[in-house]
Design a protein around this ligand. Structure first.
Ligand code: G1P
Length: 388
């Protein structure tokens, strides 16, 4: 019965279709056993409310692409072709966006996590799917500039039971933290009040099957979750080999609105400029700017790095650096800078510049013309507005 119930928690698309390019084929021929990917996309995303009232946090776009897609791409670039995605109450939405994975030439299997009981709980649910193979756990809301290819290769060819990625942070209290002696990991603590180091655990972990003994042995933490940090500590306590590597390049956990804005800025910095929409001769584009198909820029200044999504209209406006304008957005007679504006929203006639703002789908930020002249707001639960 348990077996049958477990089996029904998994579902996947057909074998990956299409012919991979030559460089990918070469990468696939590496030595060592195949490595699976496991992207964790459960969780409620409470820190990103109100956006997460209506969408999965992993589907919030960064530079007009869902955060989760970067994770899939990073795993694919590491020659991983079997990816399990652990999903919670937003599973339909995630499945609709990702499908069976053939777009990336990978095979995606969905693994249901009925309740968000922690990262180690999610790993535990994936035991049958992993089938004793080495695997990479990738948190679906994390972004790493340099991807995971090098760490996956080193782990596949090495002898460690687990590998963690570390990076120094200013607020270790918000993360899992590692204590090293030389290169050796001696202790891990989840969200310590009094951090023993500034080295945060990045949301990417590599495991061999020893981790399943650990996730089955540990008990829930004070926040009622099975912590992956505690499971790795269990490996250390039982004489298993845990390696640590420092990440090269930037890393971003997109858990909070300001993280989304920052991740957006970091991704945009490396964007390839391309103008596929229409830009009239009275407009001026500078720096790295993408104007997608069907977008129209009239009498406006767009200063990159910035992206303007499909079918958007930018009229007598200024779009400043580090801005991602989603599809079918209307910006007129206004200035925006370092903003993320999602699909179908309108920003019209603002007197002051809109800056450092995260605007959801179908939102209208417009000038009040009638009397009385006042702020007139219809805000969803837990919205946040800063006024002059
Ligand atoms: C989780 C882990 C934490 C890690 C972080 C990285 O935290 O528990 O150890 O440092 O991801 O993004 P959470 O996102 O659950 O707060």
């Amino acid at each position: 019965m348990e077996g049958a119930r477990r089996a029904s928690r998994y579902w996947s698309g057909p074998a990956a279709a299409g012919r991979p390019g030559r460089s990918v084929q070469a990468a696939d021929r590496r030595r060592g056993p195949p490595v699976k990917g496991l992207i964790l996309s459960g969780g409620h995303g409470t820190r990103l409310r109100p956006l997460t009232f209506t969408r999965a946090k992993q589907l919030i776009p960064v530079a007009n692409k869902p955060v989760l897609f970067y994770a899939i791409e990073a795993l694919r670039a590491a020659a991983i072709r079997e990816i399990g995605i652990v999903v919670g109450n937003t599973r339909d939405e995630i499945q609709a966006a990702v499908g069976d994975g053939r777009r990336w030439d990978v095979r995606v299997t969905y693994i249901e996590q009925p309740e968000p009981l922690g990262l180690a709980h999610a790993v535990k649910l994936a035991e049958d799917y992993i089938r004793g193979e080495p695997f990479v756990v990738y948190l679906g809301d994390n972004l790493l500039r340099d991807g995971v290819r090098d760490v996956v290769d080193a782990f596949r060819d090495g002898a460690a039971d687990a590998c963690i990625l570390l990076t120094p942070v200013r607020t270790p209290q918000a993360f899992g933290v590692a204590v090293l002696e030389g290169d050796r990991v001696v202790r891990l603590v989840e969200k310590p009040r009094d951090p023993p180091s500034d080295l945060a655990l990045v949301g990417v972990y590599l495991f061999h099957e020893a981790i399943f003994e650990a996730v089955n042995a540990i008990r829930p933490s004070w926040r009622g979750e099975l912590e992956i940090t505690d499971a790795i500590q269990y490996l250390l306590d039982h004489g298993r080999r845990v390696e640590a590597r420092r990440v090269t390049g930037w890393w971003k956990d997109t858990g909070r609105p300001e993280d989304i804005l920052e991740a957006n800025a970091l991704i945009l910095e490396a964007i390839e400029p391309a103008v596929r929409g229409q830009v009239d001769e009275r407009s001026h584009l500078s720096g790295r700017v993408v104007v997608a198909e069907g977008a129209v820029v009239e009498e406006s200044v767009v200063r990159g790095p910035a992206v303007i999504g499909e079918g958007s209209r930018i009229v007598r406006a200024y779009v400043g650096p580090f801005t991602a304008v989603g599809p079918r957005v209307h910006i007129e007679g206004s200035e925006v800078e370092r903003c993320v504006v999602l699909e179908g929203s309108a920003i019209v006639g603002l007197e002051a510049r809109l800056q450092d703002s995260l605007i959801g789908t179908g939102v209208q930020v417009v000038r009040c013309h009638g009397r009385p002249r006042a702020f007139k707001l219809v805000l969803g639960d837990q919205a946040r507005v800063e006024v002059l």
